[in-house]
Design a protein around this ligand. Sequence first.
Ligand SMILES: [Zn+2]
Length: 331
Amino acid sequence: MSKLYFRYGAMGSSKTANAIMVQYNYQERGQNALMLKPRLDNRDGERVVGSRSGLSAPCSFVEELDDIDVKRYDCVIVDEAQFLTKAQVRRLADIADDLNIPVICYGLRTDFQGNLFEGSQWLMAWADTIEEIKTVCWCGRKATMIARLVNGAVVRTGPQIVLGGNESYVSLCRRHWSRGELAAEEVRRISAGKEAFMPLLLEADPSEAMIRRYLDAGELYVLTVHGKPACVAVMLADEGGDWELKNLATAPDMRGRGYATRLMEHLIKLYGPRCERLRVGTSPANVGFYERFGFKTAGVRERFFTDNYPEPIVEDGVTLTDMIVMERIQA
Ligand SMILES: [Zn+2]
């Protein structure tokens, strides 16, 4: 007899990456695993499952099961299984029982209010094997709950399903979820929903068009203070394998408290071992800031600020023209 599995975990517990690896393992053995996810009305309808680690795989929708010859497969894998309906879970159980094909479902256990999702409820009730995929709270305890964030604050009310990534959800231990307590200060990498940080990014780069040139391909980091974004940075790789800091901005009401310094230190620790040199293009006023981290002036991009921006950029009463290029040669 084949089993119905439910593998659950909070956000960021690599459920999707796990699902993709299981499919890959089947392929390696010369077998086929069918990847499914439930279709949601308010979602983009993309036939792909994607994880924050960057892995992705094509998939079909659970709603299309009638048109799929499931018997051709050796395993059925379901991502985002919390969104299944009771009837769909029943149908998947039948695949395990009647077709003797294992069905492995990955999903969240509970929503942001701590209530079971419909899919999770029936998987908890009917699955043969229930396994937890672990992740940690900022305090180091196991994170079993998820909190929804709006403008960096934990919200308690709202619809059950609001799609979002780690820009709008955070996994917490039960104690910190109950108290709505977020890390005093932490740096997080944001992979989805980067748009939410546009107002903050504009603080350092006044052109949305310029920001869009590097935001998608760049790696976005946010230093949060009790959940509130205080400072953002974007790193972008160049063809030579070096990394350039494209944006570093602190929220106006959070300045003068060393957040940009701590985010820079974090980035140097992260990217230092990954490349030969770190680069930043900046205005003369910020040269001193970067020199503190070991950056040295390497060149000048003449008229960069006047040629690339429609409006003059005035910083501390000075209209910017040339961009100073600074480099930090890694030890
Ligand atoms: Zn905690």
